[in-house]
Design a protein around this ligand. Structure first.
Ligand SMILES: Nc1ncnc2c1ncn2[C@@H]1O[C@H](COP(=O)(O)OP(=O)(O)O)[C@@H](O)[C@H]1O
Ligand SMILES: [Mg+2]
Length: 438
């Protein structure tokens, strides 16, 4: 580590203008004696959220992006030297309240040691990471439970509208605005919610670049994967299986003749893919954890824009968008929520089972067009509802609305745009602040 490089880096940041940050639904803050951690996929807006923590007195905020080559080679044990370099630059700030913003911290070997040092010294510390290992219990233990973690996903549909400069008053939901919202929903399903993709024109090119960088940096390099052809095949398989069932043995079965690969390797690669937030694996609802683990999983992509590189399908994009919204509900608003799918082997399927503290609180079925499949979709929901003792039953459709009376309570039918706008219980639309003109 070269202290002059660090000084140069710190000063450069203080001379630079901070870009305008559009408000997000995740609102991290510093918590005394704890490390604030923002974790999520590459390009979801973590760095911008870090910027939003910067207050008036810029020089008291030390921003270090560990993806910058100037900072390569730094380890957690070098952090006292970083502090010295900072004090050399700003001796007047010795003893002041300083905040450290440490971006993409997973690139620093032994980062926990450094972070613990800074927190113990009484500094404010916020870190970001694009590896879900930063979420794991292991890390919580290393920071002695003294962390506060926020998970950030690509934009929700509400945020998407804000980024588009469209603001929707609650009353508008029932007015002529609906046509505009539906058109914007088409775009949201097609290109997804990565902030830059939403803001800029060249959407497909940006998405292509995101996917390729995610694969090379967050998957292949980070996990030292040697069989690049194999991981690329696994990725292609997962892309083509979005909103479908998969299991590591079926993927293994598919690839073993071509690659002669072992189940262990496939499992390892799937873990790497999940760790990078490229995909999520939704487990089946079952009586025991073990049973749930053994059952096939459903695959969802971190962004519906990525399905452009597979066989894109509106019905699957809708299901994927609902899944991501449920993940936001869990990570942003209700940590007690767990999400599963129901049925599969012989039993009728329900897309999502929402469980809170062990109790089934809602069943959600997603279908593009209810008119053709009403009986099937409704009867699957009602049957599952009866078995699981849950009367809160919802069908999300592209365009239909109303209630369906069934012998086990009422089934709500909600169009997707409304579901995506209204789902957040703690943030009713009317209470959200207006967006800044952009
Ligand atoms: N809150 C925001 N307001 C405005 N633009 C944003 C915001 N969040 C992300 N962006 C845009 O998306 C890009 C990627 O965001 P960034 O914070 O760099 O993602 P990450 O750090 O997660 O990789 C930014 O360069 C910016 O163009
Ligand atoms: Mg970043």
């Amino acid at each position: 580590m070269n202290p002059e490089d660090i000084k140069r880096y710190i000063r450069l940041f203080h001379e630079r203008e901070i870009p305008k940050v559009i408000e997000r639904e995740v609102k991290p803050s510093f918590a005394e004696g704890r490390t604030t951690a923002i974790v999520g996929p590459r390009r979801s807006g973590k760095t911008y959220l870090l910027y939003s923590l910067i207050g008036e007195d810029r020089e008291k905020y030390v921003y270090l992006n560990f993806e910058n080559p100037l900072l390569f080679g730094i380890t957690g044990r070098d952090f006292p030297k970083i502090l010295d370099a900072y004090y050399d630059l700003y001796p007047e700030n010795v003893g002041e309240d300083i905040a450290f913003l440490l971006d993409e911290i997973q690139n620093v070997p032994g980062w926990e040691i450094g972070v613990r040092y800074l927190t113990d010294e009484g500094f404010k510390v916020a870190v970001t990471g694009s590896s879900s290992r930063l979420l794991s219990k292991e890390i919580a233990t290393q920071l002695r439970g003294r962390s506060l973690t926020y998970t950030l996903l690509p934009l929700s549909f509400r945020e998407f509208l804000r980024f588009k400069g469209t603001w929707i008053e609650r009353r508008d939901l029932y007015g002529r605005e609906i046509h505009r919202i539906k058109k914007l929903l088409d775009e949201y399903l097609r290109f997804g919610g990565f902030p830059e993709v939403v803001l800029l024109k060249d959407k497909i090119r940006i998405l292509e670049e995101y996917l390729s960088v995610m694969i090379t940096k967050d998957i292949i390099e980070r996990h030292s994967i040697r069989n690049v052809a194999l991981i690329e095949s696994v990725i292609r398989l997962l892309l083509s299986s979005y909103a479908k069932y998969t299991s590591y043995s079926s993927i293994h079965g598919f690839l073993k003749s071509e690659f002669g690969t072992s189940k262990t390797t496939v499992l390892e690669y799937l873990k790497a893919l999940g760790d990078s937030f490229f995909v999520f694996f939704l487990p089946r609802y079952a009586r025991s954890e073990k049973e749930s683990q053994r059952a096939p999983k459903k695959v969802y992509l971190v962004d519906t824009g990525f399905s452009l590189f597979s066989r894109k399908d509106v019905a699957k994009d809708m299901e994927n968008a609902v899944f991501l919204e449920l993940m936001r509900l869990k990570h942003y608003f209700n940590p007690l929520l767990d999400v599963y799918y129901y049925g599969g082997s012989g039993e009728k399927e329900v897309d999502f089972v929402l469980v809170e503290s062990g109790r089934v609180v809602e069943l959600i079925q997603v279908t593009q067009d209810l008119s053709e499949s009403k009986d099937r979709e409704v009867s699957a929901l009602v049957e599952a509802g009866r078995r699981l003792g849950c009367k809160n039953l919802t069908v999300v459709t592209l365009d239909e609305e109303g209630d369906v009376e069934a012998d086990w309570g009422k089934v709500k039918v909600v169009p997707l745009w409304k579901f995506l706008l209204e789902i957040t219980p703690s943030a009713p639309l009317s209470a959200l602040p207006s967006p800044e003109p952009f």
